[in-house]
Design a protein around this ligand. Structure first.
Ligand code: CUA
Length: 341
């Protein structure tokens, strides 16, 4: 029976190792793995996790060896008379197994508390790029506070190797900002500004997800962070700050621009130079994004058409109503939106 317990533990350790190895995989197969960190913040957290896991494994190994030795040395031998004498209490042992775990917890808490303070520097760091992140039910808005005037939704671009300061605010309920490969979760609380400071180290595309239940479409409150090379970021930011493109005359996009201007869409969505709405994402450069509906759908004519027709079916609880746009009108509107690079 006891030997079976040992076997169960060994099997569990092997299974855990395999599972952890699986989580650590690269990029496309595990885009949300905290075990493949790509920022200073995520590296620190992963380092702490690995350090504590290593100590845990050492303790586990000691326990297993002690257990096996106890089984061999203290079990009743064939021919021995009766069970061993029962021991009702042992003060030394009691103190030892109370003090031991307390010391282990203290030992683990030192690097943990140190990292908590290290990850939340006071003030701003030199050359830091400040970005305000506004959480909405169920999408994300990003304002670049560096004087560029750039803003975007659901797809944040940041330059690699430069300190970033994310100021997290909520427009409604509590959300949580989480990009596993770039850092830990942080709650986004109404009436409060929480911050994340990080330096992304490797250009690429990183998946994010709201990590605090915030209503019907919590699971559909996704986002992406594109870590760009500094030059690419500079040109992206410049384009985002520019007014929306005006489509050429006598094109579907031009007809779509008129559909948009005369539709109720303008009360909720801003297109720089066309409308001012503050309920939904800014659409001035919507065509420059890879996804729509907070990372739930692809940004292509097919998905965009379905989204405008049936927002609630694609994303339960979505604030955007179906205004009954169909047929050529809808095709023109989609052509216009897809022209807004
Ligand atoms: Cu926002 Cu969950």
């Amino acid at each position: 029976m006891m030997m079976r317990n040992v076997h169960t533990r060994i099997v569990a350790i092997v299974a855990l190792s395999i599972a952890l190895a699986g989580c650590g995989g690269e990029d496309s197969t595990h885009p949300m793995s905290t075990l493949a960190p790509r920022s200073d913040l995520a590296n620190w957290i992963n380092g702490l996790f690995m350090e504590i896991t290593a100590w845990d494994l050492l303790i586990l190994a000691i326990v297993i060896v002690a257990f096996i030795l106890a089984v061999f040395f203290f079990s009743t031998r064939v021919g021995e008379a009766g069970p061993p004498t029962a021991v009702s209490s042992d003060l030394t042992l009691e103190i030892a197994w109370t003090l031991g775990p307390a010391l282990i917890l203290l030992f683990i808490s030192i690097p943990t508390v140190r990292l908590i303070f290290r990850s939340q520097p006071r003030g701003t760091r030199p050359n830091e790029l400040p970005i305000t992140v506004v959480a909405h039910q169920w999408w994300w808005e990003f304002h670049y506070d560096d004087g560029s005037g750039a803003l975007t939704a659901n797809e944040l671009h940041i330059p690699a190797d430069r300190p970033i300061q994310l100021k997290l605010v909520s427009n409604d309920v509590i959300h949580s900002f989480w990009v596993p490969r770039l850092g830990g979760k942080r709650d986004v609380v109404p009436g409060q500004v929480n911050e994340i400071h990080l330096i992304a180290t490797v250009p690429g595309e990183y998946y994010g997800q709201c990590a605090e239940f915030c209503g019907e479409s919590h699971a559909n409150m996704r986002f992406r962070i594109f870590v760009d090379k500094p030059d690419d970021f500079a040109s992206w930011e410049k384009e985002q700050a520019a007014p929306g493109a005006m489509p050429a005359d006598a094109t579907a996009a031009m007809r779509g621009a008129r559909v948009f201007a005369n539709s109720p869409c303008t009360t909720c969505h801003t297109i720089n130079g066309v409308s001012k709405g503050y309920v939904g994402p800014d659409l001035t450069h919507i065509a420059s994004r890879t996804t729509i509906a907070a990372g739930v759908l692809a940004n292509d004519p097919k998905d965009l058409t379905e989204w405008i027709e049936h927002p609630d079916a694609m994303k339960p609880g979505a604030r955007m109503p179906d205004f009954g746009l169909r047929g050529p009108e809808l095709n023109d509107l989609v052509a216009y939106l897809e022209s807004l690079k």
